[in-house]
Design a protein around this ligand. Structure first.
Ligand code: 13P
Length: 252
């Protein structure tokens, strides 16, 4: 059975103190009410160490939102995969559309980041998704499969087992405009078929594919009920414990 995951992506929100408070809040509510999925908190770099210390490791996993495409050295302001790993974080989010759009991250750069993350023992939540113009042109399947192929298909099946995919249609991120469960399921099925063609049916069956984009408590249940949707990557609704738990609860 593939893993079900609900992961928060805090993006560039919360001071250190606010982040610790939020992590504590999520930990308390999960401890009290339980979770039938893996819960991950994706936080800015500076929060990682404290959030790892704040949460119960058996209840909540911690993720960075990015890492450098170089191993170490004179790259002022960058944070390496080894540094992320040394905080106790288990995951790193790579390829988020905001990184691709605003910071020029290409498939080639992402490939380097993926390799470094895996070499340092991190699991990768790898984001893919089309922009509105691509959706309107009916190109979403083509876009997501090429993103997956270009950045990931050089990996061995063994390495690929440490990849979680996250389909995030860019037009649905932070817009309140969620993909319908049918639109999301259609693309998830295409992604799984693409993984199957490269690595075989068994690997594809075991691959966790998350949905992201205006996912919230009110739509999570229907989205997560789809055959190829294995949880969510949550932005805005991960910034308050009750909102985030409302999504985790979709699996209870
Ligand atoms: P929202 O949930 O705010 O739409 O953001 C989704 C996202 O980008 C998660 O990575």
């Amino acid at each position: 059975m593939r893993k079900k995951i609900v992961a928060g992506n805090w993006k560039m929100n919360k001071t250190l103190q606010e982040g610790i408070e939020l992590a504590k809040g999520v930990n308390d509510i999960v401890k009290k009410n339980g979770a039938k999925c893996t819960v991950v908190l994706g936080t800015p770099f500076i929060h990682l160490t404290e959030v790892v210390k704040t949460v119960d490791a058996n209840l909540i996993k911690v993720s960075a939102e990015n890492c450098a495409d170089k191993a170490s050295g004179a790259y002022t302001g960058e944070v390496s995969a080894a540094m992320v790993k040394s905080t106790g974080a288990e995951y790193v989010i790579l390829g988020h559309s905001e990184r691709r759009q605003y910071y020029g991250e290409t498939d080639a750069i992402l490939k380097e980041k993926v390799d470094l993350a895996l070499a340092n023992g991190l699991k990768v939540i790898f984001c893919i998704g089309e922009v509105l113009a691509e959706r309107e042109a009916g190109k979403q399947n083509e876009v997501v499969t090429s993103q997956v192929k270009n950045a990931l298909f050089h990996l061995s099946a063994e390495q690929f087992a440490n990849i979680v995919l996250a389909y995030e249609p860019v037009w649905a991120i932070g817009t309140g405009k969620t993909a319908t469960s049918e639109q999301a399921q259609d693309v998830h099925a295409v992604i799984r078929a693409c993984v199957a063609a490269q690595y075989g049916a068994a690997v594809a069956e075991d691959t966790t594919i998350l949905y992201g984009g205006s996912c919230k408590a009110s739509n999570a249940k229907e989205l997560f009920a789809q055959k190829d949707i294995d949880g969510g990557l949550i932005g805005g609704a991960s910034l308050k414990p009750e909102d985030f738990y409302g999504i985790i609860e979709a699996y209870n």
